[in-house]
Design a protein around this ligand. Structure first.
Ligand code: CMC
Length: 433
């Protein structure tokens, strides 16, 4: 990052002018560095939704929203999906480099060793109503890990980080699968050293003592790809939540649990569930793609096309392109004709031709096709956002660790534009109307 070679001039009416430094990042993009703004000028900035605000420096993820580029640690998402599995990508995000064979094996061994869930924690599941939303269970269980594995509160040496990270990545998968078993009223299936990360997840979800479960290699490939697609996305809502909690020096589990809560909302990771619900509702009520698009355009109607639009991408989300292709592959392999896929593709076409969507550069995002793949794999709709969370976890951890090493390391604490009353005096209760 180049500092202070260029400046912009801030001229306040009737006052002196100020030279504000400009930073250039490693891709050549420029940022106005306002860190000293209030000290120097008495002013603060107003930017609700952080639309124009860079909150940190980061070397984890690069997005070019105009050209539809996504890279983790400099590697294109298309290449990572093609050549790596999820564990390698998790390693890349957390440690900065792709693992070699020995490092890959060691990480896989650690993931295996950390995969079981404390016996007492297992009993928690039984106290949740089976119809509880799985994201509520996942968030609570994640923060509970800090009670059962407190040594992670102080992760400093490299080895300790490896244990902490693999523990969380491994256990979140076990927790998600156990949540599903509890929803179904079935016994838990423990992880096994015989299986890879994704195979283990599928086996814990679907193995049954009364029905032989054969792990489908295409589902393993699809799961690896989906988790990679979700693994990071720079300063999105949930990652910002993780960094904000980290900035108070709360532990990793607490920070991740906040990320899970932020992810749950339908404008963020909850969109994958919302897309399927929207498509199902449309089929049940015989809405056409054209009618759905018209409803989404109507400003008096809160209806949005779920799975469309993005804060950063002003073209096709590169993850959505990969997910669409994968969706067609998985569905055709299953011989499963999903009417929801036909409607989704029609919707994409109608929206593409519509000037409202063109003018606002609204394209399908990652959540538009992923739910259809999870559905074809037998994962229930209300668990889709948990799948997103499993994928996003290495990204959250990488950002948490990066925050720990950030020399700036200030607690996150934005200012506000106060819009309330000026000083008022308190009347006695009897005098208040
Ligand atoms: N359907 C109809 N209109 C939309 C949509 C949509 N899905 N998304 C944005 N718009 C309109 C919006 O009403 C606004 O119109 P106008 O300029 O006339 O006021 C314009 O497009 C710009 O939208 P915005 O809400 O200012 O954009 P944003 O960057 O604040 O929000 C978003 C981005 C993703 C929250 C939003 O596009 C949205 O709500 N999409 C639907 C939910 C969704 O799919 N979320 C998943 C996001 S990707 C994965 C992830 O981050 O988890």
């Amino acid at each position: 990052m180049e500092m202070n070679k260029e400046f912009v001039t801030l001229a306040l009416p009737g006052e002196k002018t100020y030279e504000i430094p400009v930073i250039t990042d490693s891709m050549g993009d420029k940022f106005i560095d306002i860190r000293a703004l209030r000290k120097d000028t008495g002013l603060i900035t107003y930017d609700p939704g952080f639309v124009n605000t860079g909150s940190c420096t980061s070397s984890i993820c690069y997005i070019n929203g105009e050209e539809g580029v996504l890279r983790y640690r400099g590697y294109d998402i298309e290449d990572l999906v093609k050549y790596c599995d999820f564990v390698e990508v998790a390693y890349l995000l957390v440690k900065g480099e792709l693992p070699n064979n020995i490092e890959r094996k060691r990480y896989a061994d650690l993931l295996n060793e950390e995969s079981l869930l404390h016996y007492d924690m297992q009993s928690f599941f039984r106290r949740y109503p089976p119809e509880a939303h799985p994201m509520s269970v996942l968030a609570a269980m994640s923060v509970s890990l800090s009670a059962f594995y407190p040594e992670m509160d102080d992760i400093d040496p490299e080895l300790q980080i490896d244990f902490a990270v693999t523990r969380l990545i491994s256990k979140i998968r076990t927790i998600t699968a156990f949540t599903y078993r509890h929803m179904k009223g079935e016994d838990f299936v423990n992880p096994s050293y015989k299986y890879s990360y994704c195979e283990n997840f599928l086996n814990m979800m679907f193995n049954s003592p009364v029905r032989e479960y054969k792990i489908d290699p295409l589902h393993v490939k699809a799961l690896n790809q989906l988790l990679i697609l979700h693994a990071d996305h720079e300063q999105n809502c949930s990652t910002t939540a993780v960094r904000l909690i980290a900035s108070s020096e709360a532990n990793l589990y607490a920070s991740v649990s906040a990320g899970i809560c932020a992810l749950w909302g339908p404008k963020h990771g909850g969109a994958n569930q919302a897309v399927i619900e929207m498509l199902k509702h449309a089929l049940e009520t015989h809405q056409s793609a054209k009618e759905m698009v018209e409803m989404a355009k109507d400003k008096r109607n809160p209806y949005l096309l779920m799975g469309f639009g993005h804060r950063v991408y002003k073209t096709f989300d590169p993850r959505a392109k990969i997910a669409k292709q994968l969706c067609q592959e998985v569905l055709s392999h299953n011989g499963f004709v999903d009417p929801l896929l036909n409607l989704a593709m029609e919707l994409e076409e109608v929206a593409k031709q519509d000037s409202y969507f063109q003018d606002r550069m609204l394209y399908p995002n990652i959540d538009f096709y992923t739910g259809l793949i999870f559905r074809a794999m037998g994962i229930p709709t209300n668990m889709f956002t948990c799948m997103f969370a499993i994928g996003r976890l290495p990204g959250w951890i990488a950002h948490w660790l990066e925050w720990k090493q950030d020399p700036y390391q200030k607690i996150g604490r934005p200012r506000q534009v106060y819009d309330g009353p000026q000083l008022r005096s308190v009347k006695p209760l009897s005098d208040r109307s």
